[in-house]
Design a protein around this ligand. Structure first.
Ligand code: NAG
Ligand code: NAG
Length: 413
């Protein structure tokens, strides 16, 4: 009789679900009230801390790449709406930098305000009536945005076990790659490599199997490569390195963790024109429709910054920032290794995934916070298979990372 009442009830529960995700911040704030003099160090959320290289910000303010902030106040330099898909020079630079000889073309690239925003827009493309699989554990945005879309089947008490979401267990036992023979067929497969939070990266052979699995099942892979530039091992940095992937996969990525653009906001999604629905309609056309309807393209100033990132000096500056965080990662890895923990990740991503067998992630999180004033992230927040783990982020100033490690050594010596 009152369909809107049912809808808002659904939304209230969705919001409750999302609120639970915010607990780390709440706990940190409560801790700071309790210990006002403590120097709290946050290695929790994966936010970058090091300044954006000068070569990039100067392009945003005054260099002559694309747009410049100063020129927007002049008649000649002003511009309004741009291309919804992104400015051509940036799309070209993304194509040649990241997909050089992989057969991706400039018009397959959709520039955006970040991977997270694109994930939500992809959910709009897919609609509520699809099934999806995620790595367990994984970046919560995949599940959260699908819950908001209503891809939840029946609401149950335990939100982690939603009818339409297939959790692909990724644990040390299976080398953090799901046993595909046990995975139920879904329409969409979200796959993040290098993975947040486990830091593991899938090998060429594993991704080849994943692409074949998607082909056999008529599934679409949404590959998240936001940490690809952190890869040390010789694993694929893009799903399109796998032959045949263009027919089954799209890829989303971002400047956030490469150039410190978490606040600037700039990313992109690749939707190859070879990716078709079962009726032969290109997925890219649907995505383009959503982009043009609910987004008007990334900020022109940010796009100038993105273009600067991909210049020779920009690439060098980004790799220095990444190198800095990778050193942080090594310091954290060495600390937990020396204390005798089983430690995963670290090598291909700025996250260290520490195992505390038999303990609850939240208990470990609380003990670390209470005794060392260091904020980490409980692994169970990334999915049921994250229980018993804690994620330590390598995004931090060096002195904070060193100090946090000294405190870990005190706690666990
Ligand atoms: C949703 O999916 C089911 C099962 O595949 C199908 O029967 C139904 O028609 C779909 N509904 C819509 C609105 O597409
Ligand atoms: C999905 O792919 C796997 C592996 O290729 C295959 O064994 C399985 O039968 C497929 N499932 C469906 C429903 O097609």
């Amino acid at each position: 009789m009152f369909p809107w009442r049912r809808k808002s009830l659904l939304f209230a529960r969705v919001l409750l679900f999302l609120k639970n995700r915010k607990t780390v911040a709440r706990r940190r704030n409560a801790h700071m009230l309790k210990y006002p003099d403590a120097k709290v160090i946050s290695l929790g959320i994966g936010d970058t801390t090091e300044p954006i290289p000068e070569v990039i910000t100067s392009a945003m303010s005054k260099a002559r790449l694309l747009f410049r902030a100063e020129a927007l106040s002049t008649l000649e330099g002003y511009s309004g709406y741009g291309n919804e898909q992104g400015e051509k020079p940036l799309r070209t630079a993304i194509t040649s930098t990241f997909y050089g000889d992989l057969g991706i073309e400039e018009d397959d690239i959709f520039v955006s305000d970040g991977a997270k925003c694109d994930i939500s827009r992809l959910q709009m493309v897919f609609g509520a009536n699809v099934t999806m699989a995620v790595q367990d554990p994984s970046y919560p945005a995949y599940v959260d945005s699908s819950v908001i879309m209503g891809q939840t089947g029946q609401f149950q008490k335990d939100f982690e076990k939603y009818g339409k979401i297939e959790y692909m267990r990724c644990t040390p036992e299976n080398g953090f790659f799901p046993d595909l023979s046990k995975v139920t067929r879904t329409d969409i497969i979200f796959f993040c490599s290098p993975n947040n939070p486990t830091g593991s990266a899938a090998t060429r052979e594993q991704l080849t199997r994943l692409v074949q699995f998607a082909k056999d099942n008529g599934s679409i892979i949404v590959f998240d490569s936001a940490y690809a530039m952190y890869m040390s091992d010789d694993n694929p940095r893009s799903i399109f390195e796998i032959p045949g992937a263009k027919e089954v996969a799209m890829e989303t990525s971002s400047f956030s963790k490469y150039a410190g653009f978490t606040g600037v906001r700039l990313g992109w999604t690749v939707v190859p024109k070879q990716l078709l629905y079962s009726d032969g309609f290109p997925v890219a056309k649907d995505f383009n429709r959503v982009i043009c309807t609910s987004f008007n393209g990334a900020s022109n100033i940010c796009q100038a910054g993105g273009l600067a990132c991909l210049s020779p000096e920009g690439l060098k500056a980004m790799s220095e920032v990444i190198g800095f965080y990778k050193e942080n990662t090594n310091i954290i890895m060495d600390t937990f290794n020396s204390l005798g923990f089983s430690v995963y990740g670290g090598k291909n991503a700025p996250y260290v995934w520490v195992h505390f067998p038999g303990q609850s992630s939240w208990d470990v999180f609380s003990e670390i916070l209470e005794k060392t004033h260091v904020v980490t992230t409980p692994g169970s927040g990334f999915g049921p298979a994250g229980e018993g783990f804690v994620r330590v982020s390598a995004f931090g100033h060096r002195e904070n990372v060193l100090e946090a490690c000294r405190r870990f050594k005190q706690l666990y010596k």
